[in-house]
Design a protein around this ligand. Structure first.
Ligand SMILES: NC(=O)c1ccc[n+]([C@@H]2O[C@H](COP(=O)([O-])OP(=O)(O)OC[C@H]3O[C@@H](n4cnc5c(N)ncnc54)[C@H](O)[C@@H]3O)[C@@H](O)[C@H]2O)c1
Length: 363
């Protein structure tokens, strides 16, 4: 039986991971530590309330005393570290919060783990798993080979630079102090519970409300899209069989231009609304509810500063060593995600009108 501390568990990937873990590892203990920043939404974890194997703690990963106390009192043997500032656009307008949480916060977490696990020897075996991004590797040209684990780091945004800093710290804590670490660098995730500032949920909620779909620059930037459930499964594989001190790249084998992705979401909306009068009545502002084609709402906007052109992941290492394969194709994953947002309108409406913060304020 494992005893996990999941940081950032109220965010998009973290909450999907909590969901996944409580389903797949029913006997494990799982403690979430989350500061509930704007990206942390207590509603994401409502399904877990009442589960005796689960506990939520509101707090900052930079609060070393709190983390040390949790590691001791819960006899934590596994940290899965998701907590981060994660939105590139926000890192351009306000990089300080990214350095604070992603670099200094990760350092503080590593120090707490080192003190309790290595200094006090509270558990016999431990693991610190760090969740990172393919963005640390920089940008690829159209013909460049995909990022492998040995691609040199070349981060281009304050976000990716701060994640690169945290990756280096995790590596150093393994090599210098012997902390049992693993790191996964994954590509763009999509799926349920993603905050609607990111491309996929932003487009879906805008489609449902008949709002324009903003596409940066010429829309030809390429990302490798990974369904969040496949990502969670890959972390499970790394925790179970990954070699300590190693890095694993995780992708979806679904390279796609942003404009293709947005057109695919438009096609899904056109298709779902075409024959469904109940859906047309629920979302009358959607262009497809009125017989129009959703692609007409695509609009190009000024490109993001320093926008990386292409990311692509070579995930042969995790495939060969741990048997990882993405199960969910981009076509079926996007369709399921679209339906999730249709079925969970109150969840995203509460974010759009800000009332989702009420839960965080009430604690
Ligand atoms: N979303 C992606 O496509 C993607 C891709 C690759 C890697 N990642 C990485 O995965 C991780 C999770 O990403 P996400 O998209 O779920 O992010 P998110 O922004 O949705 O969630 C981040 C969570 O961390 C919490 N948090 C922020 N600062 C904190 C602090 N100081 N202490 C405690 N909690 C804090 C927030 O409240 C929130 O719940 C991040 O480390 C990110 O870099 C994300």
């Amino acid at each position: 039986m494992a005893r996990l501390l999941v940081t950032g568990g109220a965010g998009f990937i973290g909450s999907n991971f909590v969901h996944y873990w409580l389903q797949e590892h029913v006997d494990d203990r799982l403690v979430v530590l989350d500061a509930l920043t704007y990206a942390g939404n207590p509603a994401n974890l409502e399904f877990a309330a009442g589960n005796p194997h689960y506990r939520f703690v509101r707090g900052d990963i930079g609060d070393c005393e709190l983390v040390e106390r949790l590691l001791r009192e819960e006899s934590i043997d596994t940290v899965v570290h998701f907590a981060a500032e994660s939105h590139v656009d926000r890192s351009i307008t306000g990089p300080a919060a990214f350095i604070q949480t992603n670099v200094l916060g990760t350092h503080s977490l590593l120090e707490a783990a080192r003190k309790v696990w290595l200094g006090e020897r509270t558990v016999t075996r431990h693991r610190f798993h760090h969740v990172s991004t393919d963005e640390v590797y920089g940008s690829l040209g159209p013909e460049d080979p995909p990022f492998s684990e040995s691609t040199p780091y070349a981060p281009n945004s304050p976000y990716s630079a701060s994640k690169a800093g945290s990756d280096h710290l995790v590596r150093a804590y393994h090599h210098t102090y012997g902390l049992s670490t693993t790191t996964s660098n994954c590509s763009n995730n999509y799926g349920p519970l993603q905050f609607p500032e990111k491309l996929v949920p932003l487009c879906i909620v805008n489609l449902l409300r008949g709002k324009p779909l903003p596409v940066y620059g010429d829309g030809l930037n390429v990302r490798d899209w990974l369904h969040v459930r496949d990502h969670c499964r890959s972390i499970d594989l790394v925790l179970a069989g990954g070699r300590v001190g190693e890095v694993y790249n995780v992708g979806g084998r679904s390279e796609c231009q942003n404009i293709e992705l947005v057109r695919e979401l438009c096609a899904i909306a056109d298709d779902l609304f075409g024959t469904d009068s109940a859906l047309q009545a629920r979302f009358p502002q959607c262009i497809a509810a009125n017989g129009g084609l959703c692609a007409s709402s695509i609009g190009y906007v000024t490109d993001r500063a320093g926008h990386d052109r292409r990311y692509a992941i070579d995930c042969r290492k995790i495939e060969a060593e741990l048997g990882y394969r993405p199960d969910i194709s981009i076509t079926s994953g996007l369709r399921a995600t679209f339906k999730w947002y249709v079925d969970n309108e109150p969840w995203w409406r509460a974010i759009l009108d800000g009332t989702y913060r009420d839960l965080a304020v009430r604690g």
